[in-house]
Design a protein around this ligand. Structure first.
Ligand SMILES: Cc1cc2nc3c(=O)[nH]c(=O)nc-3n(C[C@H](O)[C@H](O)[C@H](O)COP(=O)(O)O)c2cc1C
Length: 202
């Protein structure tokens, strides 16, 4: 697949086969991640890769819990999230949504600083952007290798809870967790707004 085909074929994957993934494949994907552009060349990313079965189970339980938090507490209109929708969501989660043979937690490590204190907000923004670029490289590499992933951002709602499980180095801010595995079904690319709606050419 050329790069455009990979991009076209990418779609979020939330249901995975539970077959393990070779270490060499995981490393190849992470290597692609760290080829991303990085503000000031600082490489302030840090990845926690979860393969251990017991820890994976904990991460999956956390992902279920934090998605329920998002839908019932955080999202606009969550007040009208009724019992029936809750039951359906819980059922899908319990059936294995987000359960994967590997999880990659992508962190921003602000231990190394490149900007003066007065510009710390910009430093953090650049850091988040750099880690995000790595996440996209990881997502596309997964597709290129027949795997799939989903960018899970709701993890930030209960960040401390997951950090107690993953124990990242001090000074790390969680950006996303990426479940990684062979998709149960090939990803279905979702439609996008037309370019004319989101572009201005001058
Ligand atoms: C910053 C960010 C946070 C996201 N958080 C979640 C999430 O917590 N759970 C989830 O299922 N999908 C999450 N997604 C995936 C989006 O829902 C998905 O990209 C969007 O619906 C478009 O679908 P596609 O990726 O298949 O094109 C997130 C995506 C981004 C970029």
């Amino acid at each position: 697949m050329d790069i455009f085909e990979v991009i076209r074929k990418r779609g979020s994957v939330r249901w995975f086969k539970q077959d393990p993934i070779d270490d060499s494949t995981i490393m190849k994907i992470l290597e692609a991640g760290i080829r991303a552009p990085t503000a000031m060349g600082m490489q302030q990313w840090f990845f926690v890769v979860v393969k251990d079965e017991k820890v994976r189970e904990k991460v999956w339980k956390f992902l279920k819990k934090v998605h329920i938090f998002y839908y019932t507490r955080a999202r606009v209109g969550s007040e009208s999230f009724d019992q029936e929708r809750m039951r359906k969501l819980q059922e899908r989660l319990d059936k294995g949504m987000y359960r994967a043979p590997v999880y990659i937690a992508a962190y921003l490590h602000l231990g190394r600083r490149g900007l003066k204190d007065e510009y710390s907000e910009i430093e953090e923004m650049w850091g988040i952007e750099s880690v995000s670029a790595a996440i996209e490289n990881i997502s596309l590499s997964a597709i290129a290798l027949g795997l799939g992933t989903c960018w899970i951002g709701v993890v930030n709602f209960l960040e401390e809870e997951i950090n107690e499980i993953l124990k990242p180095p001090e000074g790390c801010k969680l950006i996303a967790i990426l479940p990684l595995g062979f998709p149960l079904e090939p990803p279905k690319p979702k439609p996008r707004k037309g370019l004319e709606e989101v572009t201005k050419v001058i």
